[in-house]
Design a protein around this ligand. Structure first.
Ligand SMILES: Cc1cc2nc3c(=O)[nH]c(=O)nc-3n(C[C@H](O)[C@H](O)[C@H](O)COP(=O)(O)OP(=O)(O)OC[C@H]3O[C@@H](n4cnc5c(N)ncnc54)[C@H](O)[C@@H]3O)c2cc1C
Length: 458
């Protein structure tokens, strides 16, 4: 008699005891721009802090994702709106020769020689004036971020995946993570989700929105790669002398590769990074992530062969590396105490609890500033949890507009500072005194609406 095989849709795992390996004030999961900044700010504000990162390095998309442009820190005037920890990244990278950006005194300048030099770098000129956008070396940035963690006495767990929030009576108590050492727990008074994708939100019981508009930048996946032995200045000469030919070649490159590949400068003239966009794949779906890794490598080979044969300066180029971190621009967005919407950003809405001032540019190059409120980092119905980075509470369009690296650093700095204040003052993160938070951020060099910008030097 044939045995009947029933299809199994779920299995029940056995309950088990999980070892607690650490207790801390603040536990941050994810060490990208948002999470790293949250951990640094919390520790420097006096909180015993743990940082848990799934890879062997820190920096998230800015290092592992090879997203090496830190743009729009200023608005074209002499003022710089994003300073704080973001400026500290630049200052520290300058010391080790890992960063290319306009000099502080040149920001806002309309000097023709400077403008024509920086116009070749996407995002360094607005309305004919220099603005602060930096090009960073991802390997040196990994080292700088480690230094910041060690100097701030943050306890770091690398190669550790945060898998679950520990929750009791609506209050987050810590996290569970998996690593080569097995499944372990860390308890904390406040947990900050810096995973970018909001990985802890479902298990924490926090409300979130995971819908993505397939046409928006936020829902495109990427596998960035770098080409070595190039000459960026020569590429610019060609682009400027034969713009029509360059456009045709770019169109042909998209056709041959099967996706859009955009050569961009880096902190070195001989290295370019190739940004790319693959639509209709979901960064929360492991099969889509797998498809991306496999298909993008084929596209990369086809694209590079075409580039080498057809575009001057790439003749002797080689594929230097591919990103260890898949390029995910969107993910789960928290539904928080305040949901930032496109209309709010377009109307330049002001907030009493503003924690960041962000330059914004429209398609015509007009500039204004938008503010981000503290409440977009705070969940509605769960206690002792904050988010730091691109999972901030926002609608799809707003998320698309303000989830860049400097924005995420600014959100992280605010989240970490707020977590430390909540512990010091014995209040829930939701009830942190926003004036105390703003005063603390100002002392850290963060320009806020009422406070002029100050550029720090480490
Ligand atoms: C291809 C591409 C091009 C882009 N171009 C630019 C650009 O030019 N300039 C710019 O400013 N921005 C750009 N962006 C956007 C920007 O890179 C991101 O929005 C930003 O890095 C988000 O920061 P984050 O800290 O929120 O998340 P991430 O940078 O994604 O960092 C999240 C961190 O958490 C870790 N992590 C994730 N899940 C877990 C887990 N479960 N447990 C432990 N650790 C975990 C990750 O390894 C990572 O270190 C681009 C993005 C992409 C994909």
């Amino acid at each position: 008699m044939k045995e009947r095989i029933q299809s199994v849709t779920t299995i029940r795992e056995k309950a088990r005891d999980t070892k607690v390996v650490r207790e801390a004030d603040v536990v941050v999961v994810g060490g990208g721009p948002g999470g790293h900044s949250a951990a640094i700010a919390a520790a420097r504000s006096g909180a015993k802090t743990v940082l848990v990162e799934r890879y062997g390095h820190l920096g998230g998309m800015a290092t592992g994702g090879i997203v090496i442009q830190i743009p729009h820190m200023s608005d074209g005037t002499k003022e710089q709106q994003i300073v704080g920890l973001c400026q500290e990244w630049l200052d520290r990278l300058d010391v080790v020769g890992g960063c290319l950006h306009p000099q502080r005194e040149d920001i806002g300048s309309g000097d023709e020689r400077l403008v024509s030099r920086w116009r070749r770098f996407m995002g360094n000129v607005v309305n004919g004036r220099i603005k602060q956008t930096a090009w960073v070396d991802p390997e040196l940035l990994k080292c700088v971020l480690n230094d910041m963690v060690q100097e701030s006495e943050v306890k770091l767990f690398l190669h550790s995946w945060g898998t679950q929030a520990i929750v009791d009576k609506g209050k987050v108590q810590g996290i569970i993570f998996e690593s080569k050492s097995g499944r372990q727990a860390i308890l904390g008074k406040v947990v900050i989700d810096g995973t970018g994708d909001g990985d802890l939100l479902p298990s924490a019981g926090a409300e979130f929105d995971g819908t993505l508009d397939p046409k928006s930048r936020s829902s495109m996946l990427a596998l960035v790669f770098r080409l070595g032995n190039c000459d960026y200045q020569k590429l610019c000469d060609f682009r400027e002398s034969e713009p029509e030919r360059y456009r045709e070649l770019m169109t042909e490159l998209t056709r041959v590769a099967g996706t859009r590949l955009a050569p961009l400068p880096s902190s070195r003239n001989d290295v370019l990074w190739i940004n790319n966009w693959i639509p209709d794949l979901n960064c929360m779906n492991v099969e889509d992530l797998t498809t991306l890794e496999v298909e993008m490598r084929k596209m990369m080979l086809r694209g590079h062969e075409f580039i080498k044969k057809n575009i001057p300066t790439f003749e002797n180029s080689f594929i230097m590396d591919t990103a260890s971190q898949t390029g995910t621009r969107g993910g789960r967005r928290l539904i928080g105490e305040c949901i930032v919407t496109r209309d709010d950003l377009q109307a330049g809405k002001k907030y009493d609890d503003a924690i960041a001032l962000i330059p914004r540019f429209d398609a015509l190059g007009n500039t204004d500033h938008v503010q981000l409120p503290y409440r977009c980092l705070v969940p509605t119905r769960v206690d002792a949890l904050l988010v730091a980075g691109r999972s901030f509470s926002s609608d799809m369009a707003a998320n698309n507009m303000v989830n860049l690296i400097p924005h995420c650093i600014a959100m992280g700095q605010a989240a970490g500072t707020a977590a430390a204040i909540s512990i010091k003052d014995g209040v829930n993160v939701r009830d942190v005194n926003t004036k105390t938070l703003q005063d603390s951020l100002s002392r850290q060099g963060v320009p806020l609406p009422s406070v002029p910008s100050i550029v720090s030097k480490v």
